[in-house]
Design a binder for this molecule. Structure first.
Ligand SMILES: C[S@@+](CC[C@H](N)C(=O)[O-])C[C@H]1O[C@@H](n2cnc3c(N)ncnc32)[C@H](O)[C@@H]1O
Length: 217
């Protein structure tokens, strides 16, 4: 083999190895059977006993799937309540190597959420903050690659405008209880506003608006 061929072969092996490693890192979720078992048991024990405006389990599964599929790592939730959606998202983030910041204004719900996060074994993946998201969201530096907006509906558009510059291109912004014009929800012109943005691609799935940021502007 000439020196050139040997050199080319080494470069090929290094590049293909790097690509394969990158694929592994990017796509394969971390496996933690002990944690999985603990979370599954917690969710099963609590099934049908979420009373604080919490999302249904099928929406939790949707959030989980979106995070795993996008390999998202820096997530933000507005409206923790007692933590049902937070548990689904943090469970997914435990596999992608990410973390969730979640904000709640009600001290009792915040306290209960902390307890639920501990019981589910997911506290390490959650930074739960007590306060008014109208202010806290402005203070957060980001960047985020996944957002779940589920607090005061009439403020949805303001949250979006504040977070948009902190959402990475390729990131996903989800909003709960969004309906076509005339539907219940108090969301104002939020849906029309997001749909009007050329750099976002949105779909409405069972009351969940899923918006992917395709470009900065
Ligand atoms: C629909 S619940 C969230 C349910 C939660 N995502 C779940 O599925 O488990 C909305 C929550 O947002 C909180 N909230 C409302 N306005 C808020 C604000 N300005 N800042 C932070 N939290 C707020 C409410 O106290 C309530 O607990």
């Amino acid at each position: 083999m000439t020196k050139f061929r040997l050199f080319a072969a080494i470069i090929f092996l290094v590049i293909s190895g790097t690509i394969n490693n990158h694929r592994l890192l990017a796509q394969e979720p971390k496996s933690n059977p002990v944690l999985d078992e603990k979370v599954r048991k917690f969710l099963s024990d609590r099934s049908g006993r979420w009373y604080d405006m919490n999302i249904p389990a099928r929406d939790g599964q949707l959030l989980y799937d979106l995070i795993i599929k996008g390999n998202y790592k820096s997530a933000l939730e507005i409206g923790t309540s007692t933590g049902h959606s937070g548990i689904w998202m943090a469970w997914a983030l435990s596999k992608t190597g990410g973390k969730l910041i979640t904000i709640e204004i009600d001290p009792d719900r915040h306290r209960e959420a902390l307890q639920n996060f501990r019981e589910a074994g997911l506290s390490d993946y959650i930074d739960a903050r007590l306060g008014d998201a109208h202010e806290l969201v402005k203070q957060l530096k980001g960047p985020f690659d996944f957002v779940f907006s589920d607090a005061d509906k009439y403020w949805y558009k303001n949250y979006f405008i504040d977070i948009d510059p902190k959402l990475k291109v390729g990131g996903c912004y989800t909003t709960h209880n969004v309906y076509e014009r005339g539907g219940y929800g108090g969301q104002g012109d939020y849906l029309e506003y997001v749909r009007s943005l050329k750099n976002y691609e949105s779909t409405l799935v069972q009351g969940m608006l899923i918006s992917y940021k395709r470009a900065e502007r």
